[in-house]
Design a protein around this ligand. Structure first.
Ligand code: MEV
Length: 424
């Protein structure tokens, strides 16, 4: 007899408590008692809060938070918390920052800080006229948008500018209104989305067209964080290392296949700080990659050059839509504590620090790749993970990992055998 097929139609699942949901999942997926006990331990995140941050919560996912040291940013020494599951990422930032610390560390800046919301208008026979009709209403648009968020206006934010673009699509010419909004210390998604929704009926009335989408753009190219630093040739191992880094950058700038990996490395650092501070990693990642393709071909998010004195100059410019208020940033206690470690008091400062971390991350990756290769450093940390997977605990972890690295075989079966030997 075939067993009754399982049904994923669990009525009222969302109304259950996390523990009740976990019990239902355990039954469906035949989880062991150990697995259920593990998932039921929500660690340092209040189950009530977790249950209100997202839907259908059964557990939390702990990711280690490491702290990057050695960072001097705009003359200020900072400790930067990074949440990531990937080994070597935190160490890479520490190493890069150490190697440019004496030369002054990182210098950062920010463009104007505006989020963009888009209102998509279709079905107008005279899009060029429609565009101007919308632009003529700038003052009305400002009044309407600012009225959506009086608190933001009181804090000095609000609508700054309006642009209207004509976008040729498979469905014809679209009239796309951009609202440029200073969202102050908020990431600003809610603020700009509300404005776009409020404005939509007016746009229809002014143009006779039909509005569909009203949503922010993650290509936050009016909110660019910038960072630069100089690594003295003598501090990084000489001209050959410098030239290897430059060549690695040139490779990324010329080849999208390499650029994707190059930028993934940059985002290793950036996403880790974005996550640690409770910000939206996907928003920042989407913006970064779209920005990397802004010239029509996907390229490098960083630039590397040789200074007149022969040193290595690195820089980054990247959309950075992060905030200090709203969403998980304010609610998640770990995010709040991470912001305290950072000591930043404005979203702008946070954005600039994150850009510096992305540049540092890229420096270390390129240096490793252009010299010893990435595996050497990776392997010793990876070996520790493998040792733990084999059951090593406490001091055993480092001892087994060292043996694996020395043998050049970082495998679980080898780790198990070495652990057994160690335990006699
Ligand atoms: C690995 O997570 C990141 C790197 O691949 C980045 C790079 O290749 O530049 C090392």
């Amino acid at each position: 007899m075939n067993p009754t097929p399982k049904s994923a139609r669990i009525s009222g699942f969302h109304k259950k408590t996390p523990a009740e949901r976990l019990a239902a999942v355990a039954e469906f997926s035949e989880l062991t008692a150990d697995e259920v006990a593990h998932l039921g331990n929500m660690g340092n995140l209040d189950p009530h809060l977790a249950d209100h941050l997202i839907e259908n919560v059964i557990a939390t996912m702990n990711v280690p938070v490491g702290v990057a040291t050695n960072l001097r940013i705009d003359g200020e020494d900072m400790l930067v918390p990074m949440a990531t599951e990937e080994s070597s990422v935190v160490a890479a930032v520490c190493n890069a920052a150490r190697q440019c610390y004496e030369a002054g560390g990182f210098t950062t800046s920010m463009s104007e800080a505006m989020m963009i919301a888009q209102v998509q208008l279709v079905g107008v026979s005279d899009p060029v006229h429609a565009r101007l009709r919308i632009l003529e209403k700038r003052d009305e648009i400002k009044a309407l948008c600012d009225a959506c968020d009086p608190v933001l206006v009181k804090l000095g934010g609000g609508l700054r500018d309006v642009d209207v673009r004509l976008v040729d699509s498979a469905g014809g010419r679209m009239v796309v209104t951009h609202l440029m909004v200073d969202t102050r210390d908020a990431m600003g998604a809610n603020a700009v989305n509300s404005m776009a929704e409020k404005l939509a009926p007016q746009i229809e009335a002014w143009t006779g067209g039909r509005v569909y989408l009203r949503i922010l753009s993650n290509l936050a190219d009016r909110r660019l964080a910038r960072a630069r630093a100089v690594w003295r040739c003598a501090d990084i191992g000489g001209e050959a290392v410098r030239d290897g880094i430059i060549s690695a950058y040139q490779f990324a700038a010329a080849d999208p296949y390499r650029a994707a990996t190059h930028n993934k490395g940059v985002m290793n650092g950036i996403s880790a700080v974005v996550l640690a501070t409770g910000n939206d990693t996907r928003a920042v990642e989407a913006g970064a990659h779209a920005y990397a393709a802004r010239h029509g071909r996907y390229g490098s998010l960083t630039d590397w050059e040789v200074t007149p004195s022969g040193d290595l100059a690195g820089s980054i410019e990247i959309p950075m839509a992060v905030g200090l208020v709203g969403g998980a940033t304010k609610l998640h206690p770990t995010a709040r504590a991470c912001l305290r470690i950072l000591g930043v008091t404005t979203a702008e400062r946070l954005a600039r620090v994150i850009a510096a971390v992305g540049l540092a991350q890229n420096f270390s990756a390129l240096k490793a790749l252009a010299t010893t290769g990435i595996q050497k450093g990776h392997m010793s940390l990876h070996a520790q993970n493998i040792a733990m997977m084999a059951g090593a605990r406490g001091e055993e972890v480092a001892r087994v990992a060292a043996i694996l690295v020395a043998q050049g075989t970082v495998r679980v079966d080898v780790a198990e055998a070495e652990l057994a030997k160690l335990r006699g």
